[in-house]
Design a protein around this ligand. Structure first.
Ligand code: PMP
Length: 359
């Protein structure tokens, strides 16, 4: 294996080495057949086996029975949150807006449906997610959409809300801890953070939603039709789905989502301790402590100059992609499932050392 460093990219992001090695081998020669998994028909038995196993494992990881369908779609999470109102919004839907991505879900969603923002924290620069007692819910809304981890602003819903038709954009924390998918109408996420390469969106959709499906212009955009066709109305991103399957196997081998949650909590704890123990040198950007993300740790240094230098020096020390989102600035360290504890420890040590030299 070639030299790999600690890559804190927010996505596309670091993937487990083992997943990459196994996928690379399958790309060249799938099970000794003399062709790779990206070189065979999506209608053939090899790929059919991949999809069936991927669906079964995706369900098993979150403890689902037969209540939900699993889809592997294209178009990114952005297309997904555009399709949701096209499919299900007849009377209007509720949206919680806590950051960049839930705001975008509304801006794309309102093209196709009636979106009601139950609460927004934009006036405080999305430094937290509005608390449940501030939500102005609509009686009879078709669904309630939330983003469970705001990738840009670095906070999460530590406990997902309950609602008869909860829809969750879990893109940046997907399968990083146990999720109550069985209690949700839909949970979806782009693969490029925790699951695999960009180009695949993993979706869990509760089957009773199919009956509520509105007529859409093409069946390509209908969740019901996609479910009936095992996400293969047309050619799916076969190699991307294969990598997801390898990730699902890897997650199981790690001890499942509860084990991952433990490791991810420890990793996040190392970085938040480095912030909290820096005598104010580092300032976390999230104002509500129990909302701090375990996936995207966001903080600022005392000046732009120090921020630039911090990023450059970290890169020289084998830690890359720490620059915050373009509209927010500061530092963002993304520590998805594939980031080892050693990576978080190395960054925490570097932070401590840097602060002591500069303060
Ligand atoms: N939702 C969240 C929480 C995200 O982090 C992102 C991408 N960073 C998206 C949606 C949009 O994903 P895509 O670029 O795949 O459309």
């Amino acid at each position: 294996m070639s030299h790999r460093i600690f890559n804190f990219s927010a996505g596309p992001a670091m993937l487990p080495t083992e997943v990459l090695e196994k996928s690379a081998a399958a790309l060249l020669d799938y099970k000794g057949k003399g062709f790779g998994i990206a070189e065979c028909s999506h209608r053939g038995k090899e790929f059919d086996g991949v999809v069936d196993e991927a669906i079964a494992r995706a369900k098993q990881l979150v403890g689902l029975g037969d209540t939900h369908d699993v889809l592997f779609l294209q178009g990114g999470a952005t297309q997904l949150f555009t399709l949701i109102p096209m499919n299900y919004d007849g009377n209007g839907a509720d949206y919680l807006v806590g950051g960049e991505w839930s705001k975008k879900a509304v801006s794309f969603g309102k093209e196709a449906g009636k979106t009601n923002v139950v609460a927004s924290s934009e006036t405080s620069n999305f430094d937290h997610s509005p608390k449940p007692n501030e939500w102005k819910m609509t009686e009879g809304a078709d669904y309630f959409h939330v983003c469970s981890n705001e990738t840009v602003h670095g906070h999460r819903l530590a406990v997902w809300p309950t609602h008869p038709n909860l829809i969750v954009d879990a893109s940046s924390e997907f399968l990083s801890r146990p999720h109550p998918v069985s209690q949700c109408a839909m949970v979806y996420g782009g693969a490029q953070k925790n699951l695999g390469p960009a180009g695949v969106v993993l979706v869990y959709v509760r089957k009773d939603l199919h009956a509520r499906q509105k007529k859409v212009m093409s069946k390509l955009w209908s969740f019901k039709d996609q479910a009936e066709n095992k996400s293969m109305i047309n050619t799916p991103p076969t190699f991307g789905i294969y990598i997801l399957l390898e990730t699902f196997r890897w997650l199981e081998a790690q001890g499942g989502l509860a084990a991952l949650e433990k490791r991810n909590t420890a990793k996040a704890g190392l970085l938040y301790a480095a912030i909290d123990n820096s005598n104010g040198f580092y300032k976390g950007t999230v104002s509500v402590k129990d909302q701090r993300s375990h996936m995207n740790v966001t903080y600022r240094l005392p000046s732009e100059e120090l921020t630039e230098e911090f990023i450059k020096t970290a890169a020289k020390n084998g830690m890359v992609a720490l620059k915050g989102y373009r509209t927010v600035g500061g530092i963002r360290a993304s520590i998805y499932n594939a980031m080892p504890v050693e990576g978080a420890q190395a960054l925490a040590n570097f932070m401590k050392d840097y602060a002591s030299k500069k303060s």
